[in-house]
Design a protein around this ligand. Structure first.
Ligand SMILES: [Zn+2]
Length: 427
């Protein structure tokens, strides 16, 4: 990507001034980033994979020798039993540098090729640079990557270090950091003492340089909060800052930031004073969190019940407005008694007894039908729906929507009494 902004142009020009990796750094990296191994054959021949020197083991006791020293290059070696000839190791290596007021994090890709009998070859290329200004503003200089979806760290060696849009591949976890480290004074001023608290150096530096709240968290040793808010979240540090300040003032260290934030949310829900140390600095955070969580759960259950009750009352009103003039309708042939369902509870009972959906599908809200229960001696037999337009039975259903032996008798009884329904309609 071509540098566009003034800042990007400055980074590109400074990047060109950076010294390449020195020989001393390279030697250090070679020694500290890789395993150093001796290949052992079954006949006891040992080969140093660093310098290529071969020698014969004095006494061949298999499994007894785990490491040895190369008589040629004096390197401590781990013995591996294999007939393999070629070995490759790949690692990343990190250097903390300073350049014209910028904190620069440099990442080198290292590859060690070993071949039995030859001295090892080391390949080293710089792949990523993070440039961080004293105000936390940052840019990435990196090589381009191959198009592989799976191997995102396959670098394109024909490309140059250029300004690049941030990508996962630029967040490198190196195996080692060069021990001579340089830092800009601003990171030390803002609380950096050498510990990144499990964050990447880039995230860590950008946070303490760009956000004074993060700087305060670090300096007041609220490390868990610091880590918690280093990641983008729906609720930011500003949402809790007033309460956090109370904790800091009371020397209360928050050991579990996400639990504490949830707890503060619960306190707010119950209108508790989140500026009072009594609430925001509990001696037993987990116990208090759980206590309020159960309290909220109980509240929600009650609220649901209340809402349900309110809905039933509302429906009851609509039902009555629609059907009150038909209440009390009842027909009988001596054996069967067909009576209108005249409350929502009545629909509920009918649905429960006959195991169908007359209640769940809210038949009581249908404006153009009436629902009756056909019973014998108080026992519910079938449910009957009658059209208010035709005054004819639309459906009659027994337990689990099955017809009973009284099915036809019920329909005929209702249809015969249709004139009683019509009479009510004129009221
Ligand atoms: Zn050697």
């Amino acid at each position: 990507m071509k540098p566009r902004t003034k800042f990007q142009k400055q980074v590109v020009s400074l990047s060109k001034q950076l010294a390449p990796i020195s020989n001393t750094q390279l030697i250090w990296a070679f020694k500290n980033c890789f395993a150093h191994e001796a290949r052992r054959l079954r006949n006891g021949t040992l080969t140093c994979l660093d310098c290529g020197h071969s020698w014969q083991e004095a006494h061949v006791f298999y499994d007894s020798l785990c490491d040895c020293t190369c008589p040629n290059c004096n390197t401590e070696l781990v013995v591996i039993d294999t007939r393999k000839q070629k070995f490759t190791q790949k690692e990343y290596f990190e250097v903390f540098a300073v350049c014209k007021g910028f904190q620069v994090l440099r990442y080198f890709f290292l590859e060690k090729h070993c071949k039995a009998g030859k001295s090892a070859q080391l390949f080293c290329r710089e792949v990523v640079q993070h440039w961080i200004a004293p105000d936390g503003k940052s840019e990435i200089m990196a090589r381009s990557r191959g198009m592989s979806v799976i191997y995102y760290d396959v670098w394109n060696w024909s490309s140059d270090l250029e300004i690049r849009r941030e990508h996962l591949a630029h967040r490198i976890s190196p195996i080692a950091t060069y021990p001579v480290k340089r830092f800009i004074p601003e990171v030390k001023r803002n609380g950096f003492c050498g510990n990144f608290h499990n964050l990447s150096p880039r995230t860590f530096f950008r946070n303490i340089l760009s956000d004074s709240k993060m700087e305060t968290l670090l300096k007041s040793k609220q490390y868990d909060l610091f880590r918690h808010f280093s990641i983008k979240r729906s609720k930011t540090i500003a949402d809790y800052w007033a309460s956090i300040k109370i904790c800091i003032r009371n020397s209360y260290t928050i050991s579990d930031a996400s639990l504490w934030c949830d707890y503060v949310d619960l306190l707010r829900f119950f209108d508790k004073d989140v500026l009072s140390a009594k609430f925001v600095c509990p001696a037993d955070l987990k116990a208090e969190h759980d206590r309020y969580m159960y309290k909220k759960q109980t509240y929600q259950i009650h609220k649901n019940r209340e809402q349900e009750r309110e809905l039933i009352l509302k429906n009851e009103k609509i039902f009555e407005e629609l059907k009150a003039k038909f209440f009390g309708l009842e027909f009988s042939d001596g054996l069967l008694h067909v009576r209108i369902l005249q409350s929502i509870n009545d629909f509920y009972e009918e649905g429960q007894r006959l195991k169908h959906c007359v209640y769940t599908n809210e038949y009581f809200l249908k404006p153009d039908t009436l629902v009756f229960s056909a019973q014998i001696g108080g026992k519910r037999i079938e449910t009957v729906e009658v059209s208010l337009e035709t005054l004819k039975v639309i459906q009659a259903r027994g337990v689990c929507n099955q017809n009973t032996e009284y099915h036809d008798q019920i329909i005929s009884l209702v249809n015969r009494n249709a004139h009683l329904i019509r009479k009510r309609m004129t009221v």
